[in-house]
Unconditional design. Structure first.
Length: 276
């Protein structure tokens, strides 16, 4: 059995991943800003569960959480970087404060978690890092650009980390979910909305704003099935670098790949004309 370290474990996909891991007999160091919320999320599931306070923007808290987990279980095998939130707003409409706060959690929070846990995985010469991204980190949309940018950054981190850790026996997977029926769209702590303050963006960003507002509860993805798929890939010999979840995620990825291929072919002559 493995020992899991999960951020944002009290709700949403993080809670489902924690629940699935516990049900399979794994142990989980479940972190959240409020450990009491973690314990409330898993009534009766105390065996193998260590709930720890840890805000991903506070490196000291993450180091303490990792140390507490090692003291309790002796090792860490799987690190799930799940903590994060969404942000809706056209690029120009989004304030500097909102953009920086988003990156503090979605990007720098992941880096803080990695610094707290990777020394253990490296020393063990084994382990698996699961970075929970989004299909929006591969193909973003108007009104979701800053959120997409934070997940694009996670894609870059994950690609590089994959190459850095593979020689050490540590695997890396970035998970790209589509729409899943969690509380992601209906909670102010999971989704923040910037005011639609510039009328020129009504045409470009407005439809996405409206679609997201009406999407809650109608997402096609089942979070329990997503959690099962995520735990499953930690049990295969050669896990993928990327794992898309949901038919909508596959559709968006394939559409972007087709678009990039068409543009590459159309403008290849310009690219090649710049060489020697």
């Amino acid at each position: 059995m493995s020992v899991w370290f999960v951020t944002g474990a009290s709700r949403g996909l993080g809670a489902e991943i924690t629940r699935e891991a516990l049900e399979r007999g794994h142990s989980v160091i479940a972190t959240a800003r409020d450990a009491a919320a973690v314990r409330q999320a898993y009534p009766g599931k105390t065996e193998g569960l260590l709930a720890v306070n840890a805000d991903v923007t506070e490196p000291e808290q993450l180091r303490a959480a990792a140390e507490a987990g090692l003291a309790e279980f002796g090792r860490i095998d799987v690190v799930v970087n799940n903590a994060g939130y969404g942000l809706v707003g056209a690029i120009e409409e989004t304030s500097d404060r909102a953009a920086r706060a988003l990156f503090d959690v979605n990007v720098f929070g992941v880096l803080n978690t990695l610094r707290a846990t990777l020394p253990t995985l490296r020393a063990q010469r084994s382990g698996h890092v699961l970075n929970i991204g989004s299909v929006g980190g591969f193909a973003t949309a108007p009104a979701a650009g800053l959120y997409g940018a934070s997940k694009f950054a996670l894609e870059g981190v994950s690609e590089a980390l994959h190459g850095e850790l593979a020689p050490l026996g540590v695997r890396v997977t970035i998970v790209e979910p589509g729409g899943f029926r969690t509380d992601f769209l209906n909670s102010s702590t999971s989704m923040q909305v910037e005011p639609a303050s510039i009328v020129d963006y009504v045409v470009g960003a407005g439809p996405v704003r409206e679609a997201l507002a009406n999407y809650d509860g109608r997402q096609p993805g089942d979070p329990a099935k997503a959690a099962k798929a995520i735990v499953d890939i930690t049990e295969v010999t050669e896990p993928p670098l990327r794992l898309q979840l949901g038919a909508d995620a596959i559709e968006r990825v394939e559409a972007k790949l087709d678009r990039v291929r068409r543009e590459l072919d159309e403008w290849r002559h310009v690219a090649l004309s710049t060489g020697i």
